[in-house]
Design a protein around this ligand. Structure first.
Ligand code: CIR
Length: 257
C-alpha cells in the first residue's frame, strides 16, 4: 500500500521542457497543465495518499516530473543523477523534501559517471527492473544495484530501445500482470509475467498507474482501458495531455511510497 506521495506543480517554463514528441506534438499550455496536475493530486488524495505538493520551480522546466531525480522505497531513497544538463539540478531540490521522510543514513546517491532517472526504474515486489536508456547508463544501474542490494532487492537491467524511459514501455499492474509494448513482450526478463501487449497506437497508455488497487489510465485509450477493466481493476481516467506533449505520463508526476 502506498501512504504518501510527493508531487511538484508545473512551472511556466514547462513550455521549454525536453521533448522527443514520441507521444504528441505541440507546446504545453500552462493553465491546462495546472488544472490537470491539480486533478492528479486530488486523485492521489482521494485514493488515500498524503500528498506533499511542492511549488513549481521556474529554473527547471521539467521539474514537475519528480519521479526522475529520486527513487524511493520502504527502506531508503536513492537520489539519482539525471542525464540532461537542464534536469540535473533537480536532484539538489528533491533531496530537501526526501529528507523530511528519510534519515540521512537512508539516503543514497548515484554518482557520475553513473546516470539514472526514476522513469527507468520499475519495482515488482523486491525486484527492480532498470532500463538502460539515453538517461540511465550501465554505471548508474550498477551503483543502484549495489545500494538496493543491501536491502535485499534484486536488480535486472533491460535495454530501452523505443523511446525515453523503461516505464513508457512496460508497467507492472500488480497480481503478476504487466502492460507491455510488442518489443518488451519479447524480453526474457518479463517472461514469467502475464503480459498484455498494448497496440502501437495506444503506447502512451502503457504508463498507467496502480494506486492501492485503482488503476489510473490516461484519457483517450479505450483498448488499453478495456484490458485493464477486464482484469478487474477499478479505473480512473486522467487527462495528462499537456504533459504528454513533452513526453510526460502518469508515473513521472509523483514519487509514491
Ligand atoms: C524529459 O524529457 O525529461 C521530460 N520532458 C519528461 C520526463 C518524463 N519522466 C518520466 O516518464 N519518468
Amino acid at each position: 500500500m502506498f501512504t504518501k506521495a510527493i508531487t511538484k506543480k508545473p512551472c511556466r517554463a514547462l513550455i521549454d521542457g525536453i521533448t522527443t514528441s514520441m507521444f504528441g506534438e505541440g507546446t504545453p499550455d500552462y493553465d491546462a497543465a495546472i488544472r490537470q496536475h491539480d486533478e492528479y493530486v486530488a486523485t492521489l488524495r482521494e485514493l488515500g495518499l498524503e500528498v506533499t505538493d511542492l511549488e513549481g520551480d521556474e529554473r527547471y522546466p521539467d521539474s514537475c516530473f519528480v519521479e526522475d531525480p529520486a527513487v524511493v522505497m520502504a527502506e531508503c531513497a536513492v537520489i539519482t543523477n539525471p542525464a540532461t544538463d537542464s534536469r540535473n539540478g533537480e536532484k539538489h531540490e528533491i533531496i530537501k523534501t526526501i529528507k523530511q521522510f528519510y534519515a540521512d543514513d537512508q539516503i543514497f546517491f548515484i554518482e557520475a559517471p553513473g546516470t539514472m532517472e526514476g522513469g527507468d526504474v520499475m519495482l515488482v515486489d523486491k525486484h527492480f527492473y532498470v532500463g538502460l536508456s539515453d538517461r540511465t547508463n550501465e554505471e548508474g544501474a550498477k551503483q543502484f544495484a549495489d545500494i538496493v542490494g543491501k536491502f535485499g532487492y534484486e536488480v535486472t537491467t533491460v535495454p530501452v530501445t523505443e523511446g525515453l524511459h523503461l516505464k513508457d514501455f512496460v508497467i507492472y499492474l500488480e497480481n503478476n500482470n504487466m502492460l507491455v509494448s510488442a518489443v518488451m513482450n519479447e524480453k526474457e526478463a518479463f517472461k514469467d509475467f502475464n503480459r498484455f501487449v498494448v497496440d502501437a497506437d495506444e503506447l502512451y497508455a502503457i504508463n498507467s498507474m496502480n494506486i492501492n488497487g485503482t488503476v489510473l489510465v490516461p484519457m483517450g485509450h479505450p483498448k488499453t482501458q478495456k484490458i485493464i477493466e477486464d482484469l478487474g481493476y477499478p479505473v480512473k481516467v486522467m487527462d495528462t495531455n499537456e504533459f504528454r506533449k513533452i513526453d510526460g505520463s502518469l508515473t513521472c508526476l509523483s514519487l509514491r511510497f
